[in-house]
Design a protein around this ligand. Structure first.
Ligand code: ASP
Ligand code: MG
Length: 406
């Protein structure tokens, strides 16, 4: 049996026909080295954003089913063009939509999860010697509705395919050289990591490092599939995302992330009675709102404010629910703040070292940056700060932990 490699090309790696042709060359090179190549592609450049923009000019409240119909067209363009570019190089290739290739998802439009992939068609075409090109980010529900997997979901398509095809590695091609200690656009001396554990990458992805779709890391971690994140603009070695090895714990902090797309919502004067927190968060969950951080102070007067953060795109929906809840539980109304950012440090080294939190807080203090909310887990610490101070906070923390180039 030939070795199967899955390669995913992100939007910037297929942004125009020149880049598509360059991706095609790389693919053919791997094919000629003796690999069976399965390629997953994102939509060209910013196509998905442009499609969403078109929708927003028509309505503020589009049907999610129709959004999926719309967004899924982006990837259909890139797969077909890439197939043509490969043909031109004298190599056989065939492109597929998610539905054609048997990617079955649940029916949750715009955030569907993959349930199963039927690999019969892929294997048959691989046997014929073809390169397989699959539209990322999309699938089909059991009753044949087109679904999408959430923004950035092509990574998850790639890892799901790597899993069912038992690929040895999944390569993620992007426009940066790998995963960095911080966003190099913010921190000039950020360093490319040689490797990072699944656990750390999962935290970093959920915390705002826009490298990879979180679900894709979960899949990789569960099935122990090595991911190689690298640039499609050169041949340099990128960053390996792999199972944790002991030596990784020697480093206190692997990276610093920032998420500027969260908003804080506060329900004021929540009566201090058992069951109310349950009521609040059940209602939010029923409305499909993902809550991130939560804080509640001790009550000294029989009531207390309850604050939590949500994704900025869910803010309006959250405010609607929160106002209903506030009324129901006889709280004193709802306030919100969009001008926040969440800055986090991540590292498996925290499991065995102490003092990480105090170091982070003193970095913020040295720049007189106020901390709004704090949350921690075994391998991360997050602080909510004023959005205007976010970049400064990232730089200060990066310096404090000496993560920069030396
Ligand atoms: N094209 C989709 C997006 O922009 C999916 C992806 O690129 O992974 O979110
Ligand atoms: Mg992406």
């Amino acid at each position: 049996m030939r070795k199967i490699i899955v390669q995913k090309y992100g939007g910037s790696s297929v942004a125009n026909t020149k880049r598509i042709e360059s991706a095609a060359k790389r693919i053919v090179r791997y094919k000629r080295k003796g690999y069976d190549v399965v390629v997953v592609v994102s939509a060209l450049g910013d196509t998905t954003d442009e499609l969403l923009d078109l929708a927003s000019r028509i309505t503020k409240n589009p049907s999610e089913r129709e959004l999926d119909m719309l967004m899924s067209t982006g990837e259909q363009i890139s797969v077909s063009l890439l197939a043509m570019a490969i043909h031109k190089l004298g190599c056989e290739a065939i492109s597929f939509t998610g539905a054609q290739v048997g990617i079955i998802t649940d029916a949750k439009h715009t955030k569907a999860r993959i349930l199963d992939i039927n690999t019969v068609r892929i294997r048959r075409e691989l046997k014929k010697g073809k390169v397989i090109i699959v539209a990322g980010f999309q699938g089909t529900s059991p009753d044949s509705e087109i679904t999408t997997l959430g923004r950035g979901g092509s990574d998850t398509t790639a890892l799901a395919l790597a899993k069912v095809l038992k690929a040895k590695v999944c390569e993620i091609y992007t426009d940066v050289d790998g995963v960095f200690t911080a966003d190099p656009r913010i921190v000039k001396d950020a360093v490319k990591l040689e490797s990072i554990s699944y656990e750390e990458m999962l935290e970093m992805a959920s915390l705002g490092a826009q490298v990879m779709h979180s679900r894709s890391i979960e899949v990789a971690s569960k099935f122990n599939i090595p991911i190689h994140v690298r640039s499609s603009f050169n041949n340099k070695e990128g960053t390996w995302i792999i199972k944790e090895v002991k030596a990784m714990e020697d480093v206190l902090v692997r990276g610093v992330t920032v998420n500027k797309n969260e908003a804080k919502v506060t329900i004021c004067n929540v009566p201090d009675k058992p069951g109310l927190a349950a009521k609040i968060f059940k209602r939010l969950a029923d409305d499909d709102i993902n809550v991130d951080m939560i804080i509640q102070n001790v009550s000294r007067t029989g009531s207390t404010d309850m604050s939590f953060t949500v994704n900025g795109t869910d803010l309006q929906k959250t405010l609607r629910s929160a106002r209903v809840i506030s009324h129901d539980i006889k709280a004193k109304g709802v306030t919100h703040d969009k001008n926040i950012a969440k800055v986090s440090v991540v590292g498996v080294g925290m499991k065995s070292h102490s003092g990480v939190a105090s170091k982070m807080f003193s970095a913020l203090a040295s720049k007189r940056i106020n901390i709004n909310m704090i949350s921690t887990s075994e391998i991360k610490i997050s602080c909510v700060v004023d959005k205007k101070k976010a970049d400064e906070a990232v730089k200060a923390i990066h310096r404090e932990f000496k993560l920069g180039r030396r």
